[in-house]
Design a protein around this ligand. Sequence first.
Ligand code: ADP
Length: 567
Amino acid sequence: MTGDGAPILRMVLAGEHDVFVLRQRGREVAAALGLEHQDQVRVATAMSEIGREALGAEVTFAAASEPRPHLVIVVSSAAVGNQALEGVRAAGRLMDEVRVEDERIVLTRRLPAQVDPERIEQARNDLARSTPTTALDELSVQNRQLVTALEEVQAHRDELLHLNAELEETNRGVMALYTQLSEELEQTNQGVVALYAELDERSAQLREANEAKSRFLANVSHELRAPVTAIIGLTRLLLDPRSEPLTSEQTHQLGLVQGSAADLLARVNDLLDLAKAESGRIEPNWGPIDLVAVFGQLRGTLRPLARPEVQLDVDEPPAAGLICDELLLTQILRNLLTNALKFTDRGTVGMGAWVDADRLLIAVTDTGIGIPFAEQARVFEEFHQVRGARQAGGTGLGLPYARRLAALLGGALTMVSEPGEGSTFTLSLPLRPALPEDAQDEGPLPQVERALVVDDDPAARHLLRQLLAGIADEVYEAADVRSGLAIAVRERPSVIFLDLRMPGGDGTVLLADLAALPDVAGIPVFVVTAADVSDFAPQELAHARSVLAKEQLTRRAVVDLVAGLRP
Ligand code: ADP
């Protein structure tokens, strides 16, 4: 039996009475080997569970030291293995390990410490001497143990209750802290909300003040224009050769009055322009831009302003398909070129354009006096003129106005300048404007299912498509009269926008074809043209619902046209 440790006690389960003895012996061995009270009860209970099912078996209690000190109980019986062994399962829950091998059950329980051989010997002798108790004695021991166990359970329960109470108190503390933090957070939030409300109010006040300033500027300039124009008119009248002759001195003085009045009018006009741009009263008139024509016109009108030592170089612009407001674009560029010519004594003033992704960039460069670094950010402020720079007239409103217009066109105006070397102003514009999306401002939009745009210019078609956004569910495009007619017959659009001058057949041909086909004759056609309508005979345009110049093509105009279609 060496593998099962040093034997301490051996007994045979002869009859039912021995189950009580086995229980008692189990407890005694456990106690002798230093197991605690609770463990002694475990071993004793495991023994009575096993004992009930193993009558006739021989039971050996032993102490083993490998791999750790433990109690080994071996129950040997030929009957083991043939039974349901419910007791084995119960014992399994009480002992560390219970294995069923052939014809024996081995149960183990760890011992708290190594047991020396002397103690084992002592236990062996003590147990040999002690007499087994009766079943009644064992029952009373068992009862006492039960009472102790119940007391222990009660103690555990009390401890648990106590712990729960403590936990609850902690929870209450945490909840109080949480509530306090929430309240503080709430208060902070209220503060932030109040701060935002105040900020909103301040910015509303600022906006109002700004609007009042723009209104004031607009009113004053408007009021000033009338008397200044009167002065100009009157001096012109006095200087007219048909008026009463004047002395040469009078003529000279009147010439000066006229010059000053013209100057004053120019400045008042600057003010009025800026006030209008600021108050948002300028609405761009979007249309396809002929950049070559715009650049050509600027080149022609501004060349006379260049000093003899200054060369004006206006490059050929690219065919960009730009959609913009021609008048406003020209105003910006004229402004930049006039400044460049004003502040350049020798060298070159140049203008060039190029396309970068979906933007058109136009740069105006000069080799003039440049702008001191400290002043660069300020030249876009109203009325700001560079201190110490040569006084060249002007109001200091040109650049702020140009920047306002650039923003109005969806673009930006920037500048780099090197004092003494020159400046470059760059205007960046979207090739296609982002047209107003906020339909709320426009009121309820009229609706059509399908619209057809017939125009050979892709930029013009794109513009109409944008203008019809939110109005037409579907927009078809055709680049010539033939495909226009094919789409009209196939899709039966609710409305057609038609260009007049197109390669491969004028729009008037399509008008006539549509009128001749009963299925499509009723479709309303709006003619939108850059051509001079008087070039066409009235009967050629008779089938058009209305004729519109391309410059008149605005969102408002399209909304009104489509709204007018409703029965
Ligand atoms: P104005 O030309 O009517 O004075 P602007 O707003 O057009 O007003 O320009 C503001 C100031 O910026 C000018 O007075 C001038 O000092 C400076 N400035 C503008 N353009 C140039 C330039 N190309 N070179 C040097 N200085 C310039």
